[in-house]
Design a protein around this ligand. Structure first.
Ligand SMILES: [Zn+2]
Length: 573
């Protein structure tokens, strides 16, 4: 018996991504693809002992924002540290191509505001060696990475490219604009984009406070662009909306007509807002009804609260908007903590308006009722009685005082966990219901974005540990949870060569010690271009992650191998 395979993964419980029960099997990999699943007699050049472990396809995360990071960084952490082997980026209508030389700053300011990726980091990291989307893809293609990337063409960039200042002023597009956008989006998808993304939410603003240029795009513009996808018969639409202009039914009807006319599938972000608690149910019902009539409209929802991490090291805290905090915001952490311990400063900050001066568009949707001390290990379903509001009531203090002192604990290294959505009644009830629905898709990690105050790139690990093992109210079958972030997300993105463990498929594989799989607490790291900061969060229990047959992570540590590539739509990697 000689060497017959490049890699053999031996004796694991193979969960193949289709939802089927695990089978005990070996997997042989040759030339980057799965050659055999079953009993492998010959030895491999490399062998992984997977006895007692589960073996799954690599995870596919359809909602990320690595558009900048993919240009300068070979490691797409945090996603690549959580078993993810393919990401789709360019969501929410923001990105960096197409772009004219005079508009670099505009797109940077937008990404800085919308996705909290610092402007200086983007300035230093991007270099903008492209104008068209095709040229951007060519630049991405030259760089090896630890995982594969797929890109969507973002509406904001397209709109600014075609309409210039009129796009920023939220003017309606005229027929000439629409025809030009239709052509440019078709060209981008022909070059390899997986689709087109847009944003209709007031929470997406530049740091200066201007709305994202696509906010008020009208139906004829969205339809015209979607027809660009129909023209070449490829690509999906991705959309985020507040759904309250004027109401979910009217906005959904518009989206539905765009899908009807273009015939292209659409994914939209769905979270259970705390201020409009019934909207998510309406949108689920509307999308189910559409799907039942053959219209491919699928909500993408997060498996836990969208978690805002408020802290003195990050870019947001409950007092970021006050004048007296702004005066000390630039100080190194130790000096900031010292300043905040000064009783006079404390009194001033606590007495000032927190809301008006905030650059966080959703500041009014963060409530002390759903802010909690962020524990170690992290607890993403904290109890109501542990909220800052509850603690304040018990202690006879104001919630602001409790929050202020919490920020100063641990010399300013701590975080307050603020559940922004999906936690109205202090359970993950909406996520549970959405997870049971065949038409929904799990996602919204926003990996690569909000790097100073959100660390949800760890969703894939949470999906398995919480929903598959730790949830007190009952768990879900692991094969189904794996299917959610492998074959299900692959199909939604239009990826046919991955997401299932089967002979001939791309050898993107995780070997997981499921009993010990766990999330570590996120921490701030200063490793972005120019020393910019970001939250990173690691996991324990990924024995190996394999991309195209090459081991990229072993026991949570990067091997340094960079087999990941740009994937072009229609062209298997
Ligand atoms: Zn997003």
């Amino acid at each position: 018996m000689g060497i017959e395979a490049d890699l053999v993964i031996r004796g694991g419980a193979v969960i193949d991504g289709t939802g089927r029960d695990p089978i005990q099997a070996d997997i042989a990999v040759k030339d980057g693809r799965i050659a055999t699943i079953g009993e492998v007699r010959g030895s491999g050049r490399e062998e992984i002992d997977a006895r007692g472990r589960v073996v799954t396809p690599g995870f596919i995360d359809v909602h990320t924002h690595y558009d900048g990071q993919a240009v300068w960084d070979s490691q797409l952490a945090p996603s690549s540290q959580h078993g993810v082997t393919t990401v789709v980026m360019g969501n929410c209508g923001v990105g960096f191509a197409p772009v004219r030389a005079g508009d670099h700053e505009t797109l940077i300011e937008l990404m800085e505001g919308v996705e909290d990726i610092p402007g200086p980091v983007l300035h230093q990291g991007l270099e903008f060696r492209w104008e068209s989307f095709a040229e951007y893809l060519d630049v991405l293609e030259t760089k090896p990475r630890d995982i594969d990337v797929c890109a969507l063409v973002p509406h904001a960039a397209v709109r600014v490219y075609i309409m210039g200042k009129r796009a920023l002023d939220l003017e309606p597009a005229n027929q000439g604009d629409i025809a030009a956008m239709r052509a440019i989006v078709a060209e981008a998808v022909r070059a390899g984009a997986f689709g087109f993304s847009t944003s209709r939410t007031i929470s997406h603003k530049t740091l200066k406070g201007d709305f994202t240029p696509t906010l008020r795009a009208q139906e004829d513009e969205l339809t015209g662009i979607a027809l660009g996808l129909r023209d070449i018969g490829a690509g999906f639409l991705e959309l985020v909306s507040d759904w309250n202009e004027p109401d979910p039914e009217t906005e959904f009807a518009l989206v539905r007509r765009v899908v009807e006319r273009s015939g292209r599938p659409l994914l939209f972000s769905l979270t259970a807002r705390h201020d409009r608690t019934e909207d998510w149910r309406k949108l689920l019902a509307l999308s189910n009804a559409a799907a039942a009539e053959g219209l491919p409209i699928r909500p993408v929802f997060p498996p836990r609260p969208i978690g805002i991490l408020l802290g003195l090291q990050g870019s947001q805290n409950p007092f970021s908007g006050t004048d007296s905090f702004k005066a000390i915001a630039h100080l190194p952490l130790a000096e900031k903590v010292a300043a905040m311990r000064d009783p006079a400063v404390r009194t001033r900050i606590l007495s000032e308006d927190r809301v008006t001066g905030s650059n966080f568009p959703l500041i009014t949707r963060l409530s002390f009722d759903r802010m909690f001390p962020f524990s170690d290990p992290p607890d993403y379903t904290p109890a109501r009685e542990n909220s800052i509001a509850a603690a304040a009531a018990r202690e006879g203090r104001t919630p602001e005082e409790v929050a202020y002192d919490m920020l100063l604990a641990d010399e300013g290294h701590g975080f307050i966990f603020a559940a922004l959505t999906n936690y109205a009644d202090y359970t993950l009830g909406p996520s549970a219901e959405l997870l049971r629905h065949p038409n929904t898709l799990v996602g919204l990690s926003d990996g690569g974005a909000h790097v100073g105050f959100i660390s949800d790139g760890s969703f894939p690990t949470f999906l398995l540990t919480y929903w598959g093992r730790d949830r007190r109210e009952g768990t879900m079958p692991l094969p189904e949870l794996v299917r959610r972030q492998t074959s299900d997300s692959a199909r939604a993105a239009g990826l046919s060569d991955r997401g299932v463990l089967a002979p001939g498929m791309k050898a993107d594989i995780n070997v997981i010690d499921f009993d010990t799989l766990a999330l570590e607490r996120p921490g701030m790291v200063w490793d972005l271009p120019g020393g910019g900061r970001r939250l990173l969060q690691r996991a324990r229990g990924y024995a190996a992650t394999i991309v195209g047959g090459t081991v990229t992570y072993r026991d949570g540590e990067a091997t340094g191998a960079l087999p990941g590539r740009l994937v072009r739509s229609g062209a298997p990697a």
